[in-house]
Design a protein around this ligand. Structure first.
Ligand SMILES: Cc1cc2nc3c(=O)[nH]c(=O)nc-3n(C[C@H](O)[C@H](O)[C@H](O)COP(=O)(O)OP(=O)(O)OC[C@H]3O[C@@H](n4cnc5c(N)ncnc54)[C@H](O)[C@@H]3O)c2cc1C
Length: 72
């Protein structure tokens, strides 16, 4: 296992319902063998890191739950 510190993740790639790679702000693409452990808030995970087409309207519910803000 490799631990890479100090790199901002910009998004998580998903294929067939499984996380397959992580993209960093420097453009690096890191293939996922088993799983992505995301120790970020739920709004960050569902609203920024996962592709919109994967999350669907779940991100809207998360934002409502976390911030009390109902998206239009
Ligand atoms: C699916 C899900 C369900 C959750 N359910 C609950 C729950 O039921 N109850 C609850 O209280 N909390 C819940 N959370 C919130 C979550 O457990 C914590 O808010 C989260 O683990 C942050 O913990 P922390 O306070 O240690 O944050 P921090 O101390 O802020 O640590 C987060 C770290 O992640 C780093 N980071 C943030 N964004 C990035 C990025 N893009 N790339 C790289 N590093 C980054 C930050 O720099 C920081 O070092 C949930 C989160 C998710 C994703």
């Amino acid at each position: 296992m490799r631990v890479l510190c100090g790199h901002k993740v910009t998004h998580i790639e998903v294929e067939k319902g499984r996380a397959t790679a992580v993209r960093t702000a420097t453009g690096e693409r890191i293939r996922v063998r088993r799983a992505v452990l995301a120790d970020v808030s739920a709004p960050a995970l569902y609203g920024q890191l996962f592709p919109v087409e994967v999350v669907g309207d779940r991100s809207a519910r998360i934002f409502v739950d976390s911030n009390g803000i109902r998206p239009s």
